[in-house]
Design a protein around this ligand. Structure first.
Ligand code: ASP
Length: 332
């Protein structure tokens, strides 16, 4: 066996080594040796404090040379399966009629993406979204079709409405006469995540039960590629949390990636997206949105309209919760 060729890949300067030799039956064979980037370059960020424990699972996968895609899926599963989190998966607050309906999407470094919306009774929608991406010619499955696809693919039916979320919903009905609550840091911690693996590949995903007590049938930004998340592996990734209706209007995550493509830093790109949200909505009262972004160099940014948004950062050495920069002080 001899080293023959060197191919430059990725934005982090990793080098793939192609080795030419012979296989067991004497036929010529080329082998590509894993082009690993420095372990210190792998990292993961995710929205809100629940991201801290999701990141822990994700970084373990990345440390062991796992893919960013696996890190995203398994990291997000942690929060989906946590009944204490009332914005994601099991324990998510239901819609106005008491149904827990979930939205999720995932995207890899080759523009592959998968999504489920308005799915009920399935604990891990991000994993179903990945299956949609990998096993079907489609990108989005919704409602009953998404649920049945999940069952056919080995997921089990589960009641996602915990006693405590049911009680919150009943109290809300009594006290608020069906008035929608604001999306703020008290009732929302939808998780959206971006990871960079040792091949220098990125992936992103998000998962949510959406706006608490929403109208039945409502779908937010979280399952919509370009709004809830977006990734171009040559440029970087962005994802969103907050009022989905406002994020969809400006294709928030896609807008941030396009800004980064044009040389804008992740931080500034998130800020510009928030400015667009300010411009495109007359009434900013109760309109919280937050974005996080990472570019191909591993630089990170975040910005929210109101105070109160934070995100979790994790690399192989550090785990921290970082307060996002923001535009306005939350007054409630
Ligand atoms: N973006 C989600 C939605 O609108 C909610 C959230 O992130 O808090 O469904």
């Amino acid at each position: 066996m001899k080293r023959r060729d060197f191919v430059k890949i990725g934005g982090l300067g990793a080098t793939a080594i192609i080795i030419e030799g012979c296989n067991a039956s004497g036929k010529p064979e080329k082998k590509e040796i894993l082009p690993l980037v420095d372990l210190n370059e792998t990292k993961v960020i995710s929205t809100w404090s629940s991201g801290l424990k999701a990141n822990k699972t994700a970084i373990k996968i990345l440390k062991n040379n796992g893919s960013a895609l696996d890190a995203i899926e398994k990291g997000l599963n942690v929060v989906e399966s946590d009944p204490e989190n009332t914005s994601v998966g099991v324990g998510g607050l239901p819609d106005a009629n008491g149904n827990v309906t979930l939205d999720a999407c995932i995207m890899d470094h080759n523009f592959n993406c998968g999504s489920v919306s308005y799915i009920k009774n399935i604990e891990n929608p991000i994993s179903v979204a990945r299956k949609v991406m990998e096993e079907t010619p489609h990108i989005m499955l919704s409602g009953k079709g998404a649920y049945e696809f999940a069952l056919k693919n080995g997921f089990s039916h589960k009641n996602l409405l915990t006693e405590s979320s049911k009680k919150s919903w009943e109290d809300w009905k009594k006290e608020n006469n069906y008035k929608l609550p604001a999306i703020n840091h008290e009732n929302h911690d939808t998780i959206a995540m971006i990871a960079m693996d040792r091949k220098g590949n990125m992936a992103t995903g998000c998962t949510t039960s959406g706006w608490a007590y929403k109208m039945e049938g409502r779908v937010g930004d979280s399952p919509i590629i370009g709004s809830g998340v977006y990734l171009d592996n040559e440029v970087g990734a962005a994802c969103a949390t907050g009022l989905g209706e406002a994020i969809i209007k400006i294709c928030g995550s896609h807008a941030i990636v396009e800004l980064m493509r044009n040389g804008v830093s992740p931080q500034q790109a998130c800020k510009i997206a928030v400015e667009r949200i300010k411009k495109s909505n007359k009434d900013l009262k109760d309109l919280q949105v937050g974005f996080i972004a990472m570019n191909k160099k591993g630089e990170i940014g975040s910005y929210s309209l109101y105070s109160g948004f934070n995100y979790a950062y994790q690399d192989i050495q550090r785990s921290k919760l970082i307060d996002s920069q923001y535009d306005l002080d939350w007054e409630n």
